[in-house]
Design a binder for this molecule. Structure first.
Ligand code: DGY
Length: 323
């Protein structure tokens, strides 16, 4: 039997690329450079499957490929707001993602950011590396205690729930949740969490607010200046979801005028571009989109794409079909 042809848009962990090469006729992007819309269109015309990832832009222009040979987009990543759903449907494409396998690592990173910003770890490291540390003193880089505080979680899917588990069972935090749909009582009970009906109700109650909702048009600027104003002046905002969920201009103002205690970001609107104003905010911790960046999670994400491809090419409905 002829093996299906598969096009991979970026480098993947070696173990996964090796398995892909065993099972399929694979073309790898050995340069690891992001593809242009024209290159994506050309891949769609010549391969049975295209395996994009969260930094590829599969908008209407890139998916304008009538008569495409591709029947499945096996996305490497859980978020798929970079794929234009209407265009994918028009082309008759099946789209899959990679949930579950990165939830723990992404929640670990959200905890890292929360602790870093509260305890001023970024500021401390910058001071030490710059040779500016003059020694211990009672007033040096005094931060905020995390244990026992109130954590607001916006978006209570798998990653939000993992964040709650760490915060509640590890740090004794009280968890307040906002989620579009009603969360089952037994799921809330695992972390003694309370669900509120609106973001407006959640924000003023929290010492920390962590974003775990999807990106895309519907959540663009979900956190805007009006909502930042509802946070208490000492509260911290953590974003490991998608950059566009926060109105970055409003956040910069809030940080510059100390309207909130601080923020910690793993994702940026228009990344990898980072607003120069953000670089000057000391009450801000920034990481370069590292949420799922562990060997374990990145390999598991790749093997999850392989599972989805196997389902699809063997005539089963892929377990992670999102379109
Ligand atoms: C995703 O999977 O959507 C993350 O942003 C990258 O792991």
């Amino acid at each position: 039997m002829v093996k299906p042809s598969v096009f991979v848009t970026r480098r993947w962990p070696a173990a996964v690329e090796a398995k892909l090469a065993e099972d399929y006729n694979v073309v790898l992007n050995t340069s690891d450079k992001p593809l242009s819309p024209a290159e994506i269109r050309s891949a769609l015309k010549t391969h049975d499957a295209v395996l994009p990832t969260v930094t590829d832009t599969l908008n209407a222009e890139a998916l304008d490929a009538p008569g495409a040979q591709t029947r499945i987009l096996g996305n490497y990543g859980v978020g798929y707001s970079h794929i234009c759903a209407a265009s994918a449907r028009d082309l008759g494409l099946t789209v899959t993602n990679t949930p579950d396998v990165l939830s723990e690592c992404t929640a670990d990173l959200a905890m890292t950011l929360m602790l870093m910003v509260a305890r001023r770890a970024g500021e401390g490291e910058r001071e030490l590396r710059a040779g500016g540390w003059t020694g211990w003193r009672p007033t040096h880089l005094v931060g905020t205690k995390v244990s026992g505080k109130v954590l607001g979680i916006i978006g209570y899917g798998r990653i939000g729930q993992e964040m709650a588990r760490r915060a509640h069972h590890g740090f004794g935090m009280e968890v307040v949740v906002y989620n579009r749909s009603c969360v089952a009582p037994e799921v809330l009970a695992r972390c003694n969490a309370t669900q509120v009906d609106t973001i407006e109700e959640l924000l003023p109650r929290c010492d920390f607010v962590s974003l775990h909702c999807p990106g895309g048009a519907e959540n663009r600027h979900l956190i805007n200046s009006r909502r930042l104003d509802l946070m208490t002046p000492d509260a911290f905002l953590i974003n490991t979801a998608r950059g566009e969920v926060i109105d970055e201009f409003a956040l910069i103002q809030a940080l510059q005028y100390d309207l909130i205690g601080g923020a910690a970001l793993d994702v940026f609107d228009g990344e990898p571009r980072v607003s120069p104003e953000l670089l000057h905010c000391d009450n801000l911790v920034m990481l370069p989109h590292l949420g799922s960046a562990t060997k374990e999670a990145r390999e598991a994400m790749g093997f999850r794409v392989l599972d989805n491809l196997a389902d699809f090419f063997q005539g089963r409905d892929p377990r992670d079909r999102v379109i």
